[in-house]
Design a protein around this ligand. Structure first.
Ligand code: CTP
Length: 406
């Protein structure tokens, strides 16, 4: 797990970007703080930043060579820029100059740092630093608003005396404050929220000893429940049969059939977030036999009747939570998942390919996240890491809709 678990220590992998500005020297202190807190830090500097501080300073505090150019054959043969973008749990740019913000807002990829920001799926944090008039300029403010709408997290700037001799808003936040925000923010961002997660497959009995089941292991749903609890939510995990241990701080309700899973979910009246990660059987045997069926030598057929759709029921509630579902597809992933999201009334769908060694009963997966007006492609990763990305996306979507309604 890569996000921090406490205020004191962290195992996050952070990519620190430094752009040109007098505040670049403060970024050396920021990197040192993050390394001291247990983060693994790689530094990327823009050309302009190297005029203010030498790459060697950052190499000394981060313990790794600093990258400054996109087309550096030697560096690319180690960890290329796409691998570096995927490696990061978060990107933090401090200081972020007006020029850098403009280039990010325009989606440019004219140097290594902007290219990484385009290529990464990780959250991007900016600590702007510039002259107060440059900060207040409508162009900069429009760039700031656009970046926030796209999910970029802003830290500052603060007001105070500036290097140019003026006083006003535009100073970079102190390194300690940026480090504290980075180390703490992911840890408790679901505090006060009531989260319900369904996980694993269901078992639909045929007779007292036989059942219909599927290949779901429950790993994804259990990882999601664990991550939600770590972020401070009150979590109820409604789990089909699974040998996995109950994650710390999670209340678990064990069920077997789809009907039991539905009853357990319905018994929870209020929730802020529902995540349907269970592989619920679409059908059950109409009348399971009371005694073990005997072999007759003849062909037999089972009458199957549809099960209720649990997630669609939650999405149809009068006071509905934010609803996240999954789609397991063997073909036409995007089309089927997009249609399923709308049909079931989900806010966000996490689609994955199954079959031929993919998806079920594996520790890792790749996901396509789709919501109204947006999508993320999450490359193959451990299910714990995917859980982190799902919650980051949830925050991105809800932050944007909060901004739009305020
Ligand atoms: N789901 C549910 N109740 C059901 C069936 C599915 O809550 N009876 C939820 C799953 O937990 C998942 C989503 O619906 O979040 C999609 O499940 P999936 O099996 O991919 O979709 P189906 O509706 O079963 O469609 P199909 O099998 O036709 O692809």
């Amino acid at each position: 797990m890569n996000a921090p678990s406490s205020n004191e220590s962290s195992s996050q992998r952070l990519l620190v970007g430094v752009s040109g500005g007098i505040a670049a020297y403060k970024a050396v202190v920021l990197v040192r703080r993050l390394v001291e807190a247990g983060c693994e830090v790689r530094v990327v500097m823009t050309e302009a930043a190297t005029r203010f501080v030498t790459p060697l300073s950052f190499q000394a505090v981060s313990g790794h060579p600093v990258r400054t150019t996109l087309l550096d054959a030697e560096a690319e043969s180690g960890m290329d820029h796409i691998a570096l973008a995927r490696w990061a749990d978060a990107v933090v740019i401090a200081p972020a100059s007006a020029d850098l913000m403009a280039r990010l807002a325009a989606g440019m990829a004219d140097d290594l740092l902007t290219t990484l920001c385009l290529a990464t799926e990780a959250p991007v944090h900016l600590a702007p630093a510039m002259n107060r008039q440059m900060w207040a300029h409508p162009a900069t403010q429009a760039n700031r608003a656009l970046l926030v709408e796209r999910g970029v997290v802003m830290h500052g700037p603060a007001a105070g005396a500036q290097a140019c001799g003026e006083t006003g808003e535009g100073r970079m936040l102190e390194p300690g404050a940026i480090a504290e925000a980075l180390l703490q923010s992911p840890a408790r961002d679901l505090a006060g929220q009531r989260v319900v997660v369904t996980a694993a497959g269901t078992r639909e009995p045929i007779d007292p000893v036989r059942f219909l089941a599927n290949r779901s292991s429950g790993r994804m749903g259990f990882a999601i429940a664990a991550e939600a609890a770590r972020r401070g939510a009150a979590v109820t995990l409604v789990a089909g049969p699974s040998a996995l241990p109950t994650p710390a701080g999670v209340e678990r309700i064990d069920v077997e059939t789809a009907a039991e899973m539905q009853a357990a979910v319905e018994s929870i009246e209020s929730m802020d977030l529902f995540i349907g990660a269970a592989a619920v059987a679409d059908y059950r045997v109409a009348e399971p036999a009371a005694s073990k069926l005997k072999k007759t030598g003849e062909a037999v057929s089972l009458e199957l009747v549809p099960n209720p759709d649990i997630i669609a029921g939650v999405a149809a509630r009068a006071e509905r939570p934010f609803v996240i579902g999954f789609a397991a597809e063997t073909d036409d992933l995007r089309e089927h998942a997009a249609a399923k999201r709308v049909a079931k009334g989900m806010d966000l769908i996490c689609a994955n390919e199954v079959g031929a060694g993919k998806g079920f009963d594996r520790p890792d997966n790749a996901l396509l996240l789709l919501w109204e007006g947006g999508e993320h492609v999450l490359a193959q990763a451990g299910k714990e890491r995917l859980a982190t990305r799902i919650f980051d996306t949830y925050h991105q979507i809800t932050q944007v809709s909060d901004d739009a309604s305020s």
